[in-house]
Design a protein around this ligand. Sequence first.
Ligand SMILES: [Zn+2]
Ligand SMILES: [Zn+2]
Length: 393
Amino acid sequence: MTLDFLADATGIAEQVINWRRDLHQHPELAFNEIRTATIVAEELRQLGLEVATGIGKTGVVGILSGASDGPTVMVRFDMDALPIKEISPAPYVSQTPGVMHACGHDGHTAIGLAVAHLLSPHRSRMQGQVKFVFQPAEETSNGAYAMIEDGVLENPRPDVALGLHLWATAPLGQVGVAPGAIMAGADIFEIVIRGKGGHGALPHETRDPLLAATQVVNALQSIVSRNVNPLDSAVLSVTSFEAASAFNIIPSEARLKGTIRTYANDVHEIARSRLHEVSTGIATAMGCEAEVMCTRLTPPLVNDPDVIPVVLRAIAPYIEPNRILPDLKTTGAEDMAIFLEHIPGCFLLVGAGFTDGRAIYPHHHPQFDFDESALPLGAAMLASAVAAYVIPG
Ligand SMILES: [Zn+2]
Ligand SMILES: [Zn+2]
């Protein structure tokens, strides 16, 4: 029996789009995905999956068991929205003030339900099981950790983990399937520079932390340009500079915040250690002291080289070879990376950009939207990749 998941997905496309639009109208922030999780759990139960809720606070896990033993394939979907006020003429605009699905996670949740619908009719032929993981709080980078703490990677432990992100800046019909690190590891940092405040007219009696902080901002730009190997890549952005407060007061403290993005551990180590050295060295030279705090949010997202060929074979019937992008990468971060640190897997970037002339806005923009035709295509590709592991050909 030949499986045509794209035909099956197209058959339920209207339902999938309805799920997405309903979720889009009712977005929920990290760890508050209560309505969303209720809908997900109910749909999975109706399909006969064994469902557990409250995993990682608001996460949902559904197990689709086959008729006989075999590998466990995890498929992961994120459910949370962002604190953004949506600007949209669409009839499905957010009904929750100041909250918006501006990253496409409404689409991911709808795709997850579609994959369950596509695979559940085949359970009698299935050798192994599918673990559906609907994750909270991706945007705050702690939902995956919360689910792992609650045991999502055990009983059963997945042998492989698959997932996807709708990608509005790639046109509909293109798919990124790249080996290695495709999304960056992300650190956040904060630097507090302390000096001695005083009168703005008497700078010689102060140790000015504001002036020191401006030198630190400049010098930090030398890390990527002068410390990181030019053949590697990294980002270091200072995104916040605070120092109070009046025209005639030299403050006693200045505060910088920012982020580091890297794809490899050695580059990450260089950037982190130089962040400390540059900040403390410059502050000292300027008569101040710097306290540097740097926290890793997520590791790089690394696709497993053994899983990639299986996925490529599985999606081949649904996408032309020249529409597969083997080097689509981004300096954005994704906490799917945390699951992929433990379980080999593959994360697809599914092109969802409008191709009919409608404006394309980036993820996290108040006018973000995507082409919903990507929903059945994404579901078909993912279902086919799962089937490659658990449904004998
Ligand atoms: Zn996002
Ligand atoms: Zn996202």
